[in-house]
Write a protein that binds this ligand. Sequence first.
Ligand code: CA
Length: 220
Amino acid sequence: MRLLLAEDDQMIGESVQRGLRQDGYAVDWVRDGVAAEHALADHDYDLVLLDLGLPGKDGIHFLEDLRRRQNRIPVLVLTARDAVADRVRGLDAGADDYLVKPFDFDELSARIRALVRRQSGRAEPEVVIGKLRVNLASHGVFLADLPIVLSAREFSLLRALLEQPGVPLSRARLEESIYGWDEEVESNAVEVYIHSLRRKLGPEWIRNLRGVGYLIPRQS
Ligand code: CA
């Protein structure tokens, strides 16, 4: 289990990292919001411990951007600001829980366990093929854990292909799956969206069987 700790206070950072390592967690400690984003892009974490008052990019903005990218990693906010407004803002921005400093380490440890438990017990509305992960509920698309931003049409096309990986769908079928009956369709619309999906995901993810249609491979 790997945790990301974003905290610029040296003493708190050291003691939390030391304590959590003793609890058996791998803990990566970063001291500003930008470094936290880079760490998240490069590694898989199970939870983020987030100080709100961070240099570079403050915790609230980090959190808002994280959730905007459909990243649902549990976030436990650590805040020195014992103001109700800050806690509310943190929770509204997508935090799962918070602790006000100074906090008792045992309480921190217990809250982390509770969040991790809740996370693992959650039903995952996800399709996973190799490095591609698509959340059909949130519309989050991740390739090797990096978020891929798709337009609504692109996502719709991808979802259609994901319903039966390995099975080719004709252009007409795809057209039906992404357009309502009352919407005007450009004659080459499917090709255009296939092209942009390939550009964003990589060409290997969507194959063309000439004269048959398009498919997403069962495995990659
Ligand atoms: Ca701080």
